[in-house]
Design a protein around this ligand. Structure first.
Ligand code: UD1
Length: 420
């Protein structure tokens, strides 16, 4: 357990460098299993990445990770089973399902852990794998999946990010061609496809609603640089917006920010962006936004909902946010209300945010990754001191969080504490 101590109301300014995208690095590290070796540059140093390395190592890979470079040698894979303990530590362990099926025609794992955002089933993943010929048995949260996979024409019921990744991974070395319809279009899907194509895969259509994967015999060794994390970048934009700051955010492609940039502009921020830099200049107080609805990409990302809720809690006027992706992504709301925010939450997913002039520093608790980041954003914009108790959530997704914020003028420190 750690706690962040934040003295708010400092105007942020300067330059912040964005790390590689967690949600791209994780499936790419799993994809390395299918290659003859991979070097992944700009791989962020996050606890989720450490879990991923532990999983790869437990399967028999040789991994070396230093200075944000992860090398994976997938020789001598001795096992296709991931332990319950490792699966519980990270939801993305489910991405190994497709990678292991592609590698060993067998995968054994447990229902994934990760943030508690309500029900997070994996039925869409399993149905699609069954369409490709997998034989699946589930008992006591354990899943055994086996069989030689063949290409199939698959339509997803919902454009699930994880299911899209899993099917791509399962299909790259399957016999025949897989057509995946109504798939997720997130930039992280494109990154995964780019990585695999560099290793010799034949994937087309990533970023569109239909992806085609022609199975190949082998994938060779390759090197890849993970693109910047659009959610980390968006979080720093929120930190600028709530403090009336001005930031240069480097290392992320402005083109992938889409709906986030639009929403930021609607709060009155001036934004300029290029392929590797975002400039944001925020007004003293943000303007309210009539309505934000979270949706699959290119819609407004659910992973930015909580941080925007913090910004809008201090906006001038009434805003509405509707969370359509996850049913229980709302644990930050009562914490924000402790700080003096005026937010009502109906049905767990519909938030009416009546902007207040000031938030006051408070003692808070993080319940999930982005919710934790949202509390930090609110604390940066609050008067006085906040203490955020965090059981490792922020560390799952933000590299050097307190350090990067300190460098742009925040008063923030992080200390380890004994489990209370
Ligand atoms: C990924 C991201 C996560 C982000 C989410 C949505 C990673 C490691 N995580 O999560 O940060 O918040 O996309 O952008 O990349 N669903 C089902 N059945 C399934 C799969 C999903 O009902 O088999 C539902 C989920 O419960 C959820 C919705 O679909 O309500 C979206 O889930 P999905 O797109 O799969 O998200 P993840 O891949 O878990």
């Amino acid at each position: 357990m750690e706690r962040y101590i934040i003295d708010g109301s400092r105007v942020l300014s300067g330059e912040v460098r964005i790390s590689g995208a967690k949600n791209a690095a994780l499936p790419i590290a799993a994809a390395a299993l299918l290659t003859e070796g991979a070097v992944i540059y700009n791989c962020p140093d996050l606890s989720d990445i450490r879990v991923c390395i532990d999983i790869l190592t437990s399967l028999g890979c040789k991994c070396d990770y230093r200075s944000n470079v992860l090398s994976i040698e997938p020789y001598g894979i001795s096992c296709c089973k991931i332990t319950k303990e490792l699966c519980a530590r990270m939801r993305s362990s489910v991405t190994f399902l497709g990678a292991l099926m592609g590698k060993c025609q067998r995968a054994e794992l447990y229902c994934p852990g990760g943030c508690a955002l309500g029900e997070r089933p994996i039925d869409i993943h399993l149905e699609a794998l069954a369409d490709m010929g997998a034989e699946i048995t589930c008992e006591e949260n354990g899943i055994i999946c086996k069989g030689a996979l063949r290409g199939a024409d698959i339509t997803l019921r919902y454009p699930s990010v994880g299911a899209t990744e899993n099917i791509i991974l399962a299909a790259v070395k399957a016999k025949g061609t897989t057509i995946l319809r109504n798939c997720a279009r997130e930039p992280e899907i494109c990154a995964l496809a780019d990585f695999l194509n560099m290793a010799g895969a034949r994937i087309s259509g990533a970023g569109s609603p239909v992806i085609t994967v022609e199975g190949v015999e082998r994938l060779h060794r390759c090197e890849y640089t993970v693109p910047g994390d659009r959610i980390e970048a968006g979080t720093y934009m929120c930190a600028a917006a709530i403090t009336g700051g001005e930031l240069f955010i480097r290392g992320v492609d402005g083109a992938v920010m889409g709906a986030v940039t639009e929403a930021m502009q609607a709060t009155g921020c001036v934004i300029k962006e290029s392929r590797s830099l975002i400039y944001i200049d925020a007004p003293k107080r943000p303007a309210a936004i009539d309505r934000i609805v979270t949706e699959p990409y290119p819609g407004f990302p659910t992973d930015m909902q909580a941080q925007f809720t913090s910004v809008l809690s201090k906006a001038e006027g009434m805003s509405v946010i509707e969370e359509r992706v996850f049913e229980q992504r709302n644990k930050h709301i009562p914490e924000l209300n402790k700080m003096g925010a005026d937010i009502s939450c109906t049905g767990g997913r519909y938030f009416e945010i009546n902007g207040v002039c000031r938030l006051k520093g408070s003692v808070l608790r993080a319940y999930d990754l982005r919710g934790g980041a949202a509390l930090a954003v609110a604390a940066l914009g609050a008067e006085g001191r906040s203490v955020i108790y965090d059981n490792g959530f922020i560390r799952r997704g933000y590299e050097r969080f307190a350090e990067k914020l300190s460098d742009i003028g925040a008063e923030i420190s992080c200390e380890e504490i004994n489990e209370a």
